[in-house]
Write a protein that binds this ligand. Structure first.
Ligand SMILES: [Zn+2]
Length: 231
């Protein structure tokens, strides 16, 4: 029988080994569950005492990378895609004319003639994000009192945004998928880089001054990062 241990309302499978000398927490990507690896003779109460205080931090550290292993999209009828933090189902349209992607009445429509859905989605998200950023940028440039030299949108998966020494801002197409408050966070974050090029205390002070909950938003973006993908 499997030994389990409940910490902060999460059940962990305890995997024991006589060769093991220390406890560690892991995430089983196949079973999508957390487990605790422990020495054979260590009592459950000792595991609780040792892991309890740091369990949420350990779990936070494990899940983002573990969850990044979501299966790729197949672009099938009914499959859901994020837009501004909300998931909407895809409808395949059997029309030669409707090759492009459109969004209406809470559905994404894509023509059966579209041969490359990933690219079609990318182009659609890019346009949608451009419109969204154009809407919120004036407010944030006014608040932070900066003016970017240019604003570009590129399909980069590894970063949400960047700011060059010449004041050119680049945003990832993926931001079209995130909730508005997280897009706002990345926008304000990059704009603050026009004043502070690093992540120094002065940078965070500046950003917090305009967005007091910036650290929470940053954490949310990290935690939910694995969800916001269309490929
Ligand atoms: Zn930064």
């Amino acid at each position: 029988m499997k030994e389990t241990l409940s910490i902060n309302s999460t059940d962990f499978e305890v995997r024991r080994s006589s060769r093991r000398k220390r406890i560690s927490v892991g995430f089983d990507t196949g079973a999508e569950t957390f487990f605790i690896a422990a020495p054979t003779k260590l009592a459950g109460t000792d595991i609780l005492r040792i892991l309890g205080p740091q369990i949420s931090r350990l779990m936070d550290r494990l899940t983002p990378s573990a969850k990044r292993a979501l299966p790729p999209h197949k672009y099938e009828d009914g499959e859901k895609f994020y837009y501004k933090g909300v998931e909407y189902p895809l409808k395949r349209v059997h029309s030669e004319k409707e090759a492009d992607l459109s969004f209406r009445e809470g559905f994404f429509f894509i023509g059966s003639a579209s041969g490359n859905e990933r690219k079609t989605f990318k182009a659609w998200y890019k346009r949608a994000l451009y419109d969204e950023i154009r809407k919120i940028l004036p407010e944030w440039t006014r608040r932070i009192k900066v003016n970017p030299a240019s604003v570009n949108i590129k399909t980069v998966r590894s970063v949400w945004g960047s700011c060059s020494s010449k004041g050119n801002l680049t945003f990832s197409t993926r931001l079209a998928l995130v909730p508005p408050d997280l897009l706002e966070y990345v926008t304000a974050h990059e704009l603050c880089h026009l004043k502070h090029m690093d992540h120094s205390a002065a940078f965070w002070e500046e950003l917090s001054g305009h967005m007091p909950d910036c650290k929470e938003r940053r954490k949310m973006l990290r935690d939910q990062e694995y969800l916001y993908r269309w490929w």
